[in-house]
Design a protein around this ligand. Structure first.
Ligand code: ADP
Length: 383
């Protein structure tokens, strides 16, 4: 390629940085869709590769490319040659887009210093919400302000588990979370369960107002100061998990699984999806581990080994095993989380130990994280 063509290609590349693929949320150069351009007798030939041939945005992208390139000096005519990316190219692009989103998150109302713990699972019914609620209560009981975001938009259960029913209020165009005092700390709760009248009604709203609820919970809820935020994700690997990676890229993921080996395989899918989105996995919690009867005998009702196997496969710590304990279920049904109502029960102790591990060992402890001054003092202190 001659000198003239190369510099023309650079000019085209520059102007195409303003063409954003609305689906990917990045410009077509950054996304690797611009493949080159040349100028022949006033005719610009621009090559663009779409992620898929039938891309519904083909027309608008072609139009935008034409109008940008037509404004360049010496161009009388523009031809856009559209191609389709190979699966390998597409996978590289998607990886690049996820990395870009991770590095350039959109602004939310969650303070940047807040530790976000996202509780995830491969399938429903493994105790993800139970763990989220009790984890949030355990952190709050240490005197922290803890956000609790019920991101299980359609399958919300957290308000019931906390006995909260008040509607969320609005002020200054922002939604205000529901506040529950827990010892010297507090929980700031947001859930679609506090916006809609019933679960049936939430299903009716599905795909309409609620499809953007997760994003709105992060951008339109006045969270204010808080040290931790626990996010109860819906099961699986859908849009909300992707939005989490885009909006809260510093979230630390906790994967919940039952001891069954088949459950662990499903959970590993959720973990791998989190990793592909550049989210850090903090560890695995095995829930519904062996039931211990009053005489001390253990019954492995849901099998054994799933949690440590998953943690080993992922190369992350096993944060703890929460035994199968009917008290945990009863506590959830009566709106009184077990770590607060029966802190000495085996399941409550297991969850408290998990919270300890998270806030004292794995994440930067809050008391130290805001203390750069003290750290610098220590650094200059004579020995
Ligand atoms: P998920 O959020 O994964 O769908 P939930 O937290 O709603 O799961 O739990 C599903 C059911 O299992 C609930 O009735 C809950 O009370 C019960 N449960 C969760 N963990 C335990 C446990 N360790 N022992 C006994 N019951 C539990």
């Amino acid at each position: 390629m001659g000198q003239r063509e190369a510099s023309f290609g650079e000019k085209v590349k520059d102007v195409l940085r303003s063409v954003v693929d609305p689906e990917l949320g990045v410009d077509i150069v950054e996304a690797g869709m611009f493949k080159g351009a040349k100028l022949e007798d006033g005719k610009a030939i621009v090559s663009v590769a779409l992620t898929i041939a039938g891309c519904p945005l083909r027309g608008p992208i072609e139009q935008a490319v034409k109008s940008r390139v037509a404004s360049l000096e010496g161009v009388r005519e523009v031809e856009v040659v559209m191609a389709e990316m190979s699966p390998e190219e597409r996978s590289i692009v998607m990886d690049r887009v996820r990395k870009l989103r991770h590095d350039n998150p959109e602004a939310t109302e969650v303070p940047p210093s807040c530790h976000v713990i996202a509780v995830s699972s491969g399938k429903g019914g493994v105790g993800k919400s139970t763990l989220s609620v009790n984890l949030a209560c355990s952190l709050a009981s240490r005197g922290y302000t803890v956000g609790l975001l019920d991101a299980d938009i359609w399958g919300f259960s957290i308000p019931r588990m906390l006995g909260a029913s008040a509607r969320l209020g609005g002020k200054d165009g922002k939604i205000h979370p529901h506040i529950l005092e827990v010892g010297t700390g507090s929980i700031k709760l947001a859930s679609t369960g506090l916006l809609v009248e019933s679960e049936d009604r939430a299903l009716m709203w599905r795909g309409l107002v609620l499809s953007r609820a997760f994003e709105q919970f992060l951008k339109d809820v006045r969270w204010g100061a808080m040290e931790y935020m626990v996010v109860d994700l819906p099961p699986g690997t859908g849009d909300i998990q992707m939005a989490l990676a885009r909006l809260l890229p510093n979230a630390e993921v906790v994967v919940v699984t039952t001891p069954q080996l088949s459950a662990m395989k499903v959970a590993s899918r959720a973990a791998n999806m989190a990793r592909r989105s550049y989210l850090h996995i903090l560890g695995v919690v095995e829930n519904m581990s062996a039931f211990v009867c009053e005489h001390g005998a253990e019954y492995e009702i849901f099998g054994s080994g799933g949690g440590s196997r998953l943690a080993g496969d992922l190369g992350v710590p096993l944060l703890g095993k929460v035994p199968l304990d009917p008290a945990l279920m009863e506590a959830a049904d009566t709106g009184k989380p077990l770590v607060l109502s029966k802190p000495d029960s085996p399941a409550a102790k297991a969850i408290t130990a998990i919270a300890d591990k998270i806030c004292c060992e794995l994440l930067v402890p809050i008391d130290d994280s805001s203390c750069t001054a003290r750290v610098s003092q220590l650094a200059v202190k004579p020995v």
